[in-house]
Ligand binder design. Structure first.
Ligand code: FMN
Length: 147
């Protein structure tokens, strides 16, 4: 009912585990963006599209929640864009549309299991994201107006 959900914000530094420990670099959205989420928006893993600094849309998979694996005390929104970037984009302005849900956030018994789950999330996201949806959202007013 809450999807598609549109959001935007600056990319801030997370704990730096994404790329190094998990092999999955994530762009963490600023607190204001996290606070704007409706209170009843379920935590979990989602997919959709993202644009960095007004650039083209790319598929993405993301987590919303407290990262139970690491017992974070602050809720975060972390976006993994499904293409590789040469550089970090801390400070960039990210616009996203969340179009589908994959699974709830989980605490696994090892880091290795989390890595496997994320690989599976990425596979599912790639399978569900369509070129038709990409084109539809690329033409959407949200991605074609500044800020
Ligand atoms: N964290 C969890 O604790 N449990 C999860 O099930 C989980 N699933 C994730 C799925 C995806 C697709 C992504 C991108 C992240 C997921 N995370 C999950 C969050 C990671 O733990 C987090 O991105 C990682 O710790 C890096 O955080 P950092 O950027 O603050 O360093």
């Amino acid at each position: 009912a809450m999807l598609p959900y549109f959001a935007s914000g600056r990319v801030v530094t997370g704990f730096g585990r994404g790329g190094k420990q998990l092999g999955c670099p994530t762009a963490n959205l600023e607190d204001a963006t996290v606070s704007d989420l409706p209170v009843d928006f379920d935590c979990g893993v989602y997919y959709g599209f993202a644009s960095v600094d007004g650039g083209p849309l790319n598929g993405m998979v993301m987590s919303i929640g407290w990262n139970p694996q690491f017992k974070n005390t602050r809720k975060s929104m972390e976006v993994h864009i499904l293409r590789s970037f040469d550089d970090d984009f801390y400070g960039s302005f990210l616009k996203i549309v969340i179009t589908g849900f994959v699974r709830p956030m989980t605490s696994f018994s090892s880091l290795d299991e989390l890595v496997k789950a994320i690989d599976e999330d990425i596979r599912i996201a790639r399978e569900k994201l369509t070129t038709d949806d990409l084109n539809k959202y690329a033409a959407h007013e949200f991605f074609n107006t500044s800020i």
